[in-house]
Write a protein that binds this ligand. Structure first.
Ligand code: GSH
Length: 223
């Protein structure tokens, strides 16, 4: 039996979604973020030394890192969610599977941390220093974010799904950065209509809705 070690409001939502698309049995072990620090509870380290979510167990197999989990589940239970090897769609599939955590998420994380510095309470004399750090970091990260999401916008202008005309697990793997970007990095509907049409398409999938019901709080959707 597959168990998903699921942290609220996190990347593990996409693993639940994938499992709902596959339609296989699984159980969910829920963990809650610390309300102040947003970190995962220490109990997750009993499942995998890094204590991050998602992590799954399947019998005596443990798999961490969402891309590796998606690949494991697709290869073991749902090869129909992956294009045939040697095709352009397969090359695009592999590209987006890596792009999600390798290229899209790092600037998103920098932006999140920069925004937190900008909002943090601090003594008045520290404020100009913080302001200058925020300005420097944003001068680097905002064009990065713009560059990445402009590119995705163009790709989604050419096909409905990221790896071509069919929905694949690469769309699931890319859902987290695209939902996060639309919620908190200014990737709005007017400037990025193709990304928002894609978001509407994924949100209308019955498996997506079932996964949301099972996973509980996932604040980045629709906010
Ligand atoms: N690249 C990893 C990132 C894992 C990760 O940072 N997960 C976050 C949740 S979205 C987490 O566990 N945060 C809590 C913590 O670091 O304490 C993956 O895709 O699995």
């Amino acid at each position: 039996m597959i168990t998903v070690h699921h942290l609220n409001n996190s990347r593990s939502q996409r693993v639940l979604w994938l499992l709902e698309e596959i339609g296989t049995d699984y159980t969910i072990e829920k963990y809650m973020r610390d309300a102040q620090t947003m970190r995962a509870p220490a109990s997750l380290k009993a499942v995998h030394p890094l204590g991050k979510s998602p992590v799954i167990t399947d019998g005596d197999i443990t798999v961490a890192e969402s891309g590796a989990i998606v690949e494991y589940l697709v290869d073991t239970y749902a090869t129909q969610l992956k294009p045939d090897a040697g095709t352009p769609a397969h090359r695009a599939y592999v590209y987006w599977m890596h792009f999600s955590e390798g290229s899209a998420m790092p600037p998103m994380l920098i932006r999140l941390l920069v925004d937190q510095i900008g909002k943090a309470k601090m003594p008045f004399f520290a404020k100009p220093i913080a302001k200058s750090i925020v300005a420097r970091l944003r001068a680097f990260v905002d064009p990065e974010i713009d560059n990445i999401f402009r590119y995705i916008e163009d790709v989604l202008g050419q096909s409905d799904w990221l790896a071509g005309d069919s929905f694949t697990a690469a769309d699931i793997q890319m859902s987290f950065p695209l939902e996060a970007a639309s919620a908190r990095a200014g990737i709005d509907k007017t400037t990025y209509p193709n990304i928002h049409a894609w978001l509407d398409r994924i949100h209308s999938r019955p498996a997506y809705a079932r996964a949301l019901e099972k996973g509980g709080e996932y604040g980045i959707v629709g906010s």
